[in-house]
Design a protein around this ligand. Sequence first.
Ligand code: SF4
Length: 469
Amino acid sequence: MPQTLFEKIWNAHVVAQDADSPAVLYIDLHLVHEVTSPQAFEGLRNRGIKVRRPDRTYATMDHGIPTHSRDIPIADALAAKQIAQLETNTAEFGITLYGLRQNAEKQGIVHVIGPELGLTRPGMTIVCGDSHTSTHGAFGALSFGIGTSEVEMVLSTQCLLQRKPGTAQVRVDGKLQKGVVAKDIILAIIAKYGIGAGTGYVFEYTGEAIRILNMEERMTVCNMSIEGGARAGMIAPDDTTFEYIAGREFAPKGANWDKAVSEWRKLPTDDGATFDATFSLDADTLEPMITYGTNPGMGTGVTGRVPDPAQLADLSQRNALIKALGYMNLKPNQPLLGQAIDVVFIGSCTNSRISDLRDAAAVMKGRRVNPNVRVMIVPGSAQVKREAEAEGLDRVFSEAGAEWREAGCSMCIAMNGDQLQPGQYAISTSNRNFEGRQGKGGRTFLASPLTAAASAITGVVTDVRTMLR
Ligand code: SF4
């Protein structure tokens, strides 16, 4: 029987399956961070058991760490406690930690360092106590977020109880225009189909506009699968994937590499395999995207206008839009171009890799950011930071008047000291624009690094295509 990419990985990892019960799924890689792991380690300690496979478990700290400086004590008491606990837990249970003091040169956002270190590889099952674990699906892995009790289950057994999801093909054909990038693809998919369209499915992204993306762009697309409701997002591995992995620290070497690649080449969906659902998008007609509301599906092309709730026939959708526009203090039918902003955040596990920073620097080079706007550039990992500095990107940002920070989640989530003030507007390259996500009362427009950088210069929502050299 022809099989999809998802089915091949799923079938290869089912340890046991009874009718009407969740499958017992073997997990190849478990990534751990400071926020969702403390109770799980405590559970192990209370039961007097060890981590089943410490060699398949890696930890980093990202959500709560300050990004303005590594030299001062962590001010937030909860963050300081979680970070100290992760240091204690990883030492006690024999897990490699990429932290502020241990292996600090490899610390970073969990979904940035996994691929960067070569831990993330095709055909794997990967979990982490974080929603955006879908990022790793860009490598043709089955990867998804799990809850704290599931973190304990995987730590103790290296397995997870899981019901088999359906499969949905998300086909993106055509070619992106200049100024339109991977972030715009995924924002457009979610705007077109809504935040619930993927419920019950694993997305597999296909089509020529996907195949042409580099690995960092593919990660951006897969990262936001969860925002479209999907359990995970995947892209079939190909030569682009293999070139990215080759030579990385944990990548197979020598004869093992050849063997691995020949196995990975068998993973793409077979001709004749069927999906449970299909969604599609035409890349030719896409423009840079921006959100206007309080979920990632409330988005439109940057030259568009805020929609009018009166035009929505569905009462619950109309009420949701009225509430969102009230929170955002936006009026129906107002253009988004020209909307004043207070903060620009370029970072997060969606858009903090070197290619994202290069995009932003290309726009900001030789220009000054608007004096009314605070601009934060936050690399996704210590390694990305070093690479950017070696290329001189940090100087481009600093000379433009932007803040160049240390690696971490930063203003993606208001739990580390980087946050919006009530009423402030931000353009953010992160993945969530929920009420209060970037700070109580803060208002978030999600966009690509190109759109964010262009808006940093002008101080208002801007169409980057007007500024590209
Ligand atoms: S950058 Fe944001 S979405 Fe990504 S792992 Fe950190 S807090 Fe979660």
